[in-house]
Design a protein. Structure first.
Length: 458
C-alpha cells in the first residue's frame, strides 16, 4: 500500500468512528491526517476522501444551527522546529507581535449565544459553518451562565470547551463497571456524547463542565484591543475561563518557555489537555493576518506528544460482566505508556473490532485515551505476515456455555443465564460485598470463587 492509500484508509476509518460517536483521535489529529494527504497530493485534493471540512458535518436528522462566524480549526506545530516556524510566520507579518499561550483542553468545542445578556442558544462546531443545536443540553452545564453578570446589549457568541474532569470520569467508569456496563472510552468522547445526547440530563449525570476561551462574534464593537482583555471580561461576566494562560510572548524562546511551562501545568490540572494554543494577543493584528480556509493565520496548536506506544495483540479472551455482557479483552505485549504498564485492554465490541479490522497477531498502536483507558488507536495492516488470525466471537458463554444473545440495536452480546452463570454470580457478589454498607470482611474475589465452585453460593 502506498502512503496515500494508507492515509486514506485511516481517514475513512476515523471518519466512520466519528460518525458513530466513538472517535479514537481528536478533531485536530483528524484535520492533520486530511492536511497531510493534501500535502502528499501536492495540494491537489480535488477528490477528497473525506469531506474537506473542519470537523464533521452534523448528522442528518439533527437540529442544525448556522454559526455567525466560522468556528475554525487550528494548524498544528508538532515539534520545536515547527513551533519556531509557525511563530515566525506570525511575527513576519505583524509589528510588535505579542503572543498569548493557553492550555488546549481535550473536550468538545461549543458556541454559546447570548442576546442582551441571556443565554439563547448553544451549538457544537459541526463542520465549522453549521453546528448541531445543543441548547437544552448546554443549560445543564453548571459552568454555563444563563445570564451574564453585567448588562450586555446585543448579541455575542462565546466559544469554549465542554469537558469532564478526570476525577469524575474515573467515578463514572467505576459505576459503569459495577453495573456491568462497558466503560466509557475517554473523557472527551464521554463529554461529546453527553452534549449530543437526546436526554439533556445526561449532561449533569456525566458531570460535564465548561471553560470559555474566546469571543467568536459580536454584533457591535465592544472596545477590546487584546485577547487577554477578552478573557478578563469573560471571567467578569461569570464564565470559568481557561486557566494558566501566559501572555507577553515575543520571541521564539518565549514561546518555547510557555510551551514547557504549560506542559508541566497540564500534568496536574485535573482534566485532559492535548497541547498548547499560541495566538496573537493583538486583535487588530489578527485582522491583518486573516484566516485560511480551515484555520486562522494568527494562531497555532502545539500538540503534546501522544501517550501512545506500539505493541502486538497476542490473545483475545471474553469476560463476562455482572449483568451478563460478554466483552472482548485483548492481551498485548506489555508496554509502558505514560508511566503505566498496559498488558490488556478492552476491545469494546464486534463493531469496533470490525471497523479497525483488528486481528490476533497484529502490530497495533495503543493510546491511553483520556490518560486513563488504553485503547487501540491504529492497526498496522501493512505489516501483516499472513499468520494473523481473525477474532472469533463465541456463540456460547465462556463461563456457563449457555447461548449468547445480541440485544436489538446494541453492539454488545450477553449471557442470559442470569441466575446460574458462575461469572455473573462472581461479579454480582464482588459488587455486593464491595458496597460499604455490606462490609463483609475477608470476602475477597478468591473466596467468592471458591464458594461458587463448591456450590455454596447460588
Ligand atoms: Zn454465562
Amino acid at each position: 500500500m502506498t502512503e496515500i492509500e494508507l492515509l486514506e484508509q485511516s481517514i475513512r476509518l476515523h471518519s466512520r468512528l466519528y460518525d458513530k460517536g466513538t472517535p479514537l483521535i481528536t478533531d485536530g489529529e483528524y484535520d492533520e491526517l486530511v492536511r497531510k494527504r493534501h500535502r502528499l497530493l501536492g495540494g491537489d485534493a480535488a477528490q477528497p476522501v473525506a469531506p474537506a471540512v473542519v470537523g464533521a458535518p452534523v448528522p442528518a436528522g439533527s437540529p442544525k444551527v448556522a454559526h455567525p462566524a466560522v468556528m475554525l480549526s487550528l494548524n498544528n506545530a508538532s515539534d520545536l522546529l515547527e513551533r519556531a516556524e509557525a511563530w515566525h510566520a506570525i511575527v513576519r507579518r505583524t509589528k510588535d507581535a505579542e503572543g498569548y499561550a493557553d492550555l488546549k483542553i481535550d473536550g468538545m468545542a461549543l458556541r454559546l449565544e447570548y442576546q442582551d445578556g441571556a443565554l439563547t442558544g448553544a451549538a457544537t462546531r459541526g463542520d465549522g459553518a453549521i453546528g448541531e443545536n445543543v441548547f437544552e443540553n448546554a443549560l445543564r452545564i453548571v459552568d454555563v451562565p444563563r445570564k451574564l453578570r453585567q448588562e450586555v446589549s446585543g448579541r455575542i457568541s462565546v466559544v469554549g470547551e465542554a469537558y469532564i474532569p478526570n476525577s469524575h470520569f474515573i467515578l463514572l467508569n467505576n459505576d459503569r463497571e459495577q453495573a456491568g456496563e462497558e466503560p466509557y472510552t475517554s473523557p472527551r468522547n464521554t463529554a461529546a456524547g453527553g452534549m449530543r445526547h437526546s436526554d439533556p440530563e445526561e449532561v449533569a449525570t456525566r458531570g460535564i463542565r465548561f471553560f470559555a476561551y474566546g469571543l467568536l462574534h459580536s454584533d457591535r464593537p465592544r472596545g477590546f484591543s487584546y485577547h487577554s482583555e477578552v478573557m478578563v471580561w469573560l471571567a467578569a461576566m461569570g464564565f470559568k475561563v481557561v486557566e494558566h494562560g501566559i501572555g507577553g510572548l515575543r520571541t521564539e524562546s518565549d514561546v518555547e518557555g510557555a510551551f514547557s511551562a504549560l506542559l508541566e501545568r497540564s500534568q496536574d490540572v485535573g482534566y485532559d489537555c492535548d497541547g498548547v494554543v499560541v495566538k496573537l494577543d493583538n486583535l487588530a493584528a489578527r485582522e491583518i493576518l486573516g484566516s485560511g480556509r480551515t484555520a486562522p493565520n494568527w494562531a497555532f496548536a502545539c500538540k503534546f506528544a501522544a501517550k501512545a506506544e506500539r505493541t502486538r495483540l497476542n490473545h483475545v479472551y471474553f469476560s463476562v460482566g455482572r449483568t451478563g455482557a460478554v466483552t472482548p479483552v485483548g492481551e498485548v505485549q506489555p508496554v509502558v505508556i505514560g508511566d503505566v504498564t498496559v498488558s490488556r485492554l478492552t476491545l469494546h465490541n464486534k463493531d469496533i473490532i470490525d471497523e479497525l479490522d483488528l486481528r490476533i497477531g497484529d502490530s497495533i498502536l495503543v493510546k491511553r485515551a483520556g490518560d486513563v483507558i488504553p485503547a487501540v488507536a491504529e492497526v498496522f495492516t501493512d505489516e501483516r505476515t499472513g499468520d494473523e488470525r481473525r477474532i472469533e466471537f463465541p456463540s456460547v458463554c465462556p463461563a456457563c456455555a449457555s447461548k449468547l444473545a445480541r440485544p436489538e440495536n446494541e453492539a454488545r452480546i450477553c449471557c442470559r443465564n442470569t441466575l446460574l452463570c458462575p461469572e455473573q454470580l462472581q461479579r454480582g457478589l464482588e459488587h455486593f460485598v464491595g458496597q460499604d454498607y455490606m462490609a463483609v470482611r475477608g470476602m475477597g474475589p478468591a473466596l467468592i470463587r471458591q464458594l461458587i465452585a463448591q456450590g455454596l453460593v447460588k
